[in-house]
Design a protein around this ligand. Sequence first.
Ligand code: IVH
Length: 705
Amino acid sequence: MRPVSGMSEPEAVAEWAELVQKVLDANVAYHRDDAPLISDADYDRMKGRLAELEAAFPGIARAMTSKSPTAMVGAAPAEGFGKVTHRVRMLSLENAFSDEEVTEFDERVRKFLGINGAIAYTAEPKIDGLSLSLRYEAGKLVQAATRGDGEVGENVTENARTIADIPQHLTNAPDVLEVRGEVYMSHADFAALNARQAAAGDKAFANPRNAAAGSLRQLDAGITAGRPLRFFAYAWGEVSQPLAVTQTAAIARLNSLGFQTNPLTVLCDGPEAMLKQYRLIESQRATLGYDIDGVVYKVDDLALQARLGFRSSTPRWAIAHKFPAELAWTELLGIDIQVGRTGALSPVARLKPVTVGGVVVSNATLHNEDYIAGRDSRGNPIRDSKDIRVGDWVQVYRAGDVIPKVADVDLSRRKEGSQPYVFPQVCPECGSPAHREEGDSVRRCTGGLICPAQAVERLKHFVSRGAFDIEGLGAKQVEMFFRDASLPVKTPAEIFTLAERDAANPLQKLKNRDGFGEVSAAKLFAAIEAKRVIPLDRLIFSLGIRHVGEVAAGLLARHYGTWAGFEAAITHASPGSPEWAELTAIDGVGAVMAQSLADAFQNPAERAAMDALVAQLDVQPVAARGAVDSPVAGKTVVFTGTLEKMTRAEAKARAEALGAKVAGSVSAKTDLLIAGPGAGSKAKDAARLGVETIDEDTWLRLIGG
Ligand code: IVH
């Protein structure tokens, strides 16, 4: 490398710009694609050189520092836990709450696979703890990570090493083995821990799950060591060799390697046996000595599991059958109205605090105005048409981690002179009229961005996990900045001018405020800078447009590729236009979502806020899924007629896994039509448009089986 002292400014700028691009590419490859391009050492060297150039040529720094990766936080945060990107994502489970939903799950699985006969499933307790992934290389425990958001978790290796149930060494294990399972605390250990906490004047934990989470996520592993944590293994992530061919045998193998596996795990030959095991486990729930909140069923045959694959965050081959919710009766002290991100007015019950299944509940949802009045959104009676009034005795219902609900009301205890609840017709936050659209069960504030409640909720969404996920800028800080007179943040764009405004603010610098200091203020600014470079899918999700969740944002980003392409298309989309036709042809995008997108992009105030935001960002294009190594990646395919080798659902899932887009109808954009026997109008459309048409066998050869 040339010494900077001998360089001219233009030479320095040229080298700087080239390096910035390399570092940004490396960031995207590492953080987003989970496929590092360069070694950590090379990355550090490039960043070092950038800093050197910036120090020697202050002009560079002044002009372009907002884009320089030297201002960004590195991969591992200096404080707290390091981050671990899971090589195989840690998923959650779909839930079932009734016997019927379990039967339906079995039907869905068999339909997907096209199997008429019975399929075997395992049934095992669902442990109420927190999941942990343990990575072993050459038999040695090298890393332990929490689930985090499923893609990136926290590195808790040192803490995991203190847990007696977790072996440090394995013999006869595959070279790479990630064992997954649940960390939990027994009832007896929980009670003893809380007694010790009380004796030491420390806060008691609300339940064993919180105690286990709090104990595992201690920065000081010495504290974790003093907390009696346990571990059950029930799944795996990356493995260099398959553990077995069935779930049952894989779990037996983990057990023989030295892991605790749950003794109540059994193999069932279908839904009847699964439900029998559910009842058996439920009957033992109170005497197990640890918390469980349901039963998990998994397809036993691992080859079938592989065929079934995953949805965006849950496997198709497993389901959690939850135990019924817990109930309690208490008094309804009042009804508050909260205004959400999309303007929805949500009634919240303020309750006389009551314990429901071990947790103290003082707030519960009342859903919407119809629910309070005793009818559903179609006007049909619910709860025998009993309405809910302030002062009533109400039944509170809690299931798992979801928000408690008010489920019922005791009319025999209703106070004399009580009045039906009148739902507000104007927004309690901004006074704008609150309207109910035809067919919508929710009344919404029409204030849009002028409503402070909507604006602040949108900001909270903007900085949330799946969106910009800015370290040090959570809901609490957003509330604070929103109300701050000297350094206000009312729109997403203003987040990115915070540092500049703070620097220009002679008084009341952030570092001098309560809750901040020199280091934390600098860190916050650096964390914000780091997020100027943002992948398109995250940006779309972060806009908080109604009906556009994370999955939809991914679909849109992969379809349009760039912000410019996306923005131009949506700006011109209205029913009947070619842009509308293209938008609604994306599999997973319907007319409701399309309208909501068009409304947002065509509303001047919303549009101004978006433009101001994008001007602050470097939006990274998103490639069509799996663009690298599949002959169908990026292609739009359509299936028609009868498929004989697999069901339509499986064919669609496989095509998508290989990076193809599966559309429902043939258009000029279609690359390939796969036509089975009985193909009708779609085959004709394809012939007319000159779209290549192949049969199922040719398709299977094309995708390699
Ligand atoms: S299997 C790919 N089995 O429940 C599926 N999960 O609600 C991997 N959990 O994140 C999960 N007991 O933390 C599985 N016997 C069990 C479980 C279990 C508890 C947790 C796990 C998961 C969550 C989903």
